[in-house]
Design a protein around this ligand. Structure first.
Ligand SMILES: *Cc1c(COP(=O)(O)O)cnc(C)c1O
Length: 564
């Protein structure tokens, strides 16, 4: 079954989460969507890759919201056999001095021209394992640090062993974030010299050869966001023969096993996910050369069918070469507006079904959806309720929001409750709906159906952000803090609007600028200059969608990292 894939040399893409399709809950947010878009572009472009991830049978979680606005988390169980094929190989990894068996499922990412990219989903839920070990690949980002570390052993070490057992010929290993960095230790062990005559200070390990086989993309611009494990636990759980602590400490840090450091030390090519993020990461890690490859989104996945039809008629090759969208100005205004109206109606229908609220298609809809966590500041727009009211009285607008908070992120859950109290507080004037269970399907309806995409993170914590890029494929402008990709994508009044200053961090100024732009620029343009608004939509498509797509991104990875 796998012979069709094992002939060519491949790039192995390791990611803790991959968004394969809306019904497979093996992702939590942007990192997983990026991984999925990367593999979808690789399939379209016939780039020989293979994805490696965990099967996450219980998903991330299903989100419900109770009447008080509190998040309820339910397991999101899926059945791998409905979407994948079982792979016969099994490999063992050592965890807490015992062998844990790892099996696998094969998912096929199908490209537009028929090429398939295989994805291996690692699974410890096998009868030969103990009940406890069978759970290791159940919950994405679940439980505690020990559980996470065991998952990372399965992903990194189990993943490399599985690829070998299946006969894959791997040219490079690409680590999408540090979770899979143990793969580099596994490679280091494989390439260790069998020498007994080592002199003091001489290493058995062949670092250059391992580095030449590893690529690392970092996504977290703060130390606290990186996976770090204390060595007492590492010693207790990891394979004692794997490598001596002294060597591990040299590569992963003296105080704790820092997965980002480990990945940095064992990769020849290291990059951030936007220019600004690469700069910030370079300052954090001055001893490594940090490249910048700005993220992109998969055109075909993130364009609503209404705009896809429009693009198909005007530029038949746009899915293969999104650069063709540069010429969007050839499309008549009325057709563009009609496509948007249809996408907007679809969102309005979804909002009605989910909440009973009936949004007015003639009024603008602002959208905000992301992981609910403090730095994303979903509450920024509610900073001054009186001001928000005065803006809405002059020119009414509607707001739709969505997002999950990680089960152990208390402040994230608090934010969801606060949003719900604002929804009640403003109900007499501003229609606001929170759509539960943010996933790929909700995301597509939101980014294509709103009129303005709102993004208000705390600078410089948004490494890239990708939902604004999805909006761009649907002609939806962003109103966004200048951080991540928006520093590269924003051309004021042409692709959308900036909020706040790019250099000076000032929360008060972020708030006043947000209200100022909304009141004096965004809403007047929507209500009083429709041709100007449609011109803006064309600006977004021609200048943002043509650039911030995953075809451009993967071509850069191919020529700058994979093929050298
Ligand atoms: C695109 C997407 C994200 C990432 O959006 P950001 O703008 O990077 O926060 C997260 N979750 C889902 C379901 C998405 O589709």
């Amino acid at each position: 079954m796998l012979h069709e894939f094992t002939g060519d040399e491949r790039i192995a893409y390791f990611s803790m989460e991959i968004a394969l399709e809306a019904n497979i809950p093996t992702y939590a947010g942007g990192l997983g969507v990026l991984a999925g878009d990367t593999l979808r572009s690789a399939a379209d472009l016939s780039l020989p890759m293979i994805g490696v991830t965990l099967v996450s049978r219980a998903g991330y979680f299903q989100q419900k919201i109770d009447s008080l606005g509190r998040q309820i988390e339910l397991p999101d169980i899926w059945e791998p056999f409905l979407y994948t094929e079982m792979v016969s190989a099994k490999v063992g990894v050592q965890i807490e001095r015992r062998i844990v068996w790892v099996g696998a499922w094969l998912y096929r990412v199908k490209g537009l021209a028929g090429t398939e990219v295989p994805v291996i989903l690692l699974d410890t839920d096998l009868p030969e394992n103990s009940i406890e070990d069978r759970e290791i690949t159940h919950f994405l980002y679940g439980k505690d640090a020990e559980y996470r570390f065991k998952q990372e052993i399965v992903l990194g070490v189990g993943g490399v062993r599985m690829l070998q057992a299946l006969g894959f010929n791997i040219r490079k290993h690409h680590m999408n974030e540090g979770h899979s960095a143990l793969l580099a230790l596994e490679l280091l062990n494989r390439h260790a010299y069998q020498r007994r005559d080592l002199r003091p200070g001489e290493s058995r390990y062949d670092l250059p050869i391992v580095r030449s086989k590893c690529i690392f993309t970092t996504h977290t611009p703060v130390e606290a966001g990186q996976d770090q494990f204390n060595y007492e636990m590492v010693d207790r759980i990891a394979d004692s023969d794997f490598m001596d602590m002294e060597n591990i400490k040299k590569l992963a840090g003296d105080d704790c096993l820092n997965m980002t450091r480990l990945a940095l030390n064992l990769s020849d090519y290291v990059n951030g996910v936007a220019k600004k993020h690469a700069e910030v990461s370079q300052k954090m890690f001055p001893e490594y050369q940090m490249h910048a490859i700005t993220n992109g989104v998969h055109a075909h996945t993130w364009t609503s069918e209404f705009f896809a039809k429009l693009f198909d008629d005007a530029f038949p090759g746009w899915r293969h070469e999104p650069e063709q969208l540069l010429r969007i100005h050839q499309v008549p205004e009325a057709e563009l507006w009609l496509a948007h109206t249809k996408a907007k109606q679809r969102l309005i229908d979804r909002i009605r079904q989910a909440s009973g609220s009936v949004f007015d298609p003639s009024m603008p809809i602002l959208g905000f959806a992301r992981r609910m966590t403090a730095y994303k500041r979903p509450d920024l727009i509610f900073s001054d309720i009186d001001k928000l009211r005065s803006i809405a009285i002059k020119r009414p607008f509607q707001l739709v929001m969505a997002g999950k908070a990680h089960p152990s992120d208390k402040s994230g859950k608090q934010l969801i409750e606060e949003i719900h109290s604002h929804i009640r507080e403003l109900a007499d004037l501003i229609p606001i709906v929170f759509l539960p269970n943010y996933d790929m399907s909700v995301s597509l309806d939101l980014v294509s159906g709103v009129d303005v995409w709102l993004n208000t993170p705390l600078r410089p914590l948004e490494a890239s952000g990708t939902s604004g890029m999805k909006a761009a494929f649907n002609g939806v402008p962003s109103l966004s803090i200048l951080d991540g990709w928006w520093l590269e994508g924003c051309i004021e009044n042409i692709t959308g609007w900036s909020v706040g200053d790019a250099d000076i961090l000032d929360e008060k100024n972020d708030v006043s600028d947000l209200y100022n732009k909304l009141e004096n620029t965004v809403l007047p343009l929507f209500y009083e200059d429709r041709p100007g608004w449609i011109e803006l939509m064309k600006g977004v498509i021609s200048k943002n969608a043509s650039v911030f797509n995953s075809h451009r991104m993967i071509r850069r990875y191919a020529s700058e990292a994979y093929l050298i």
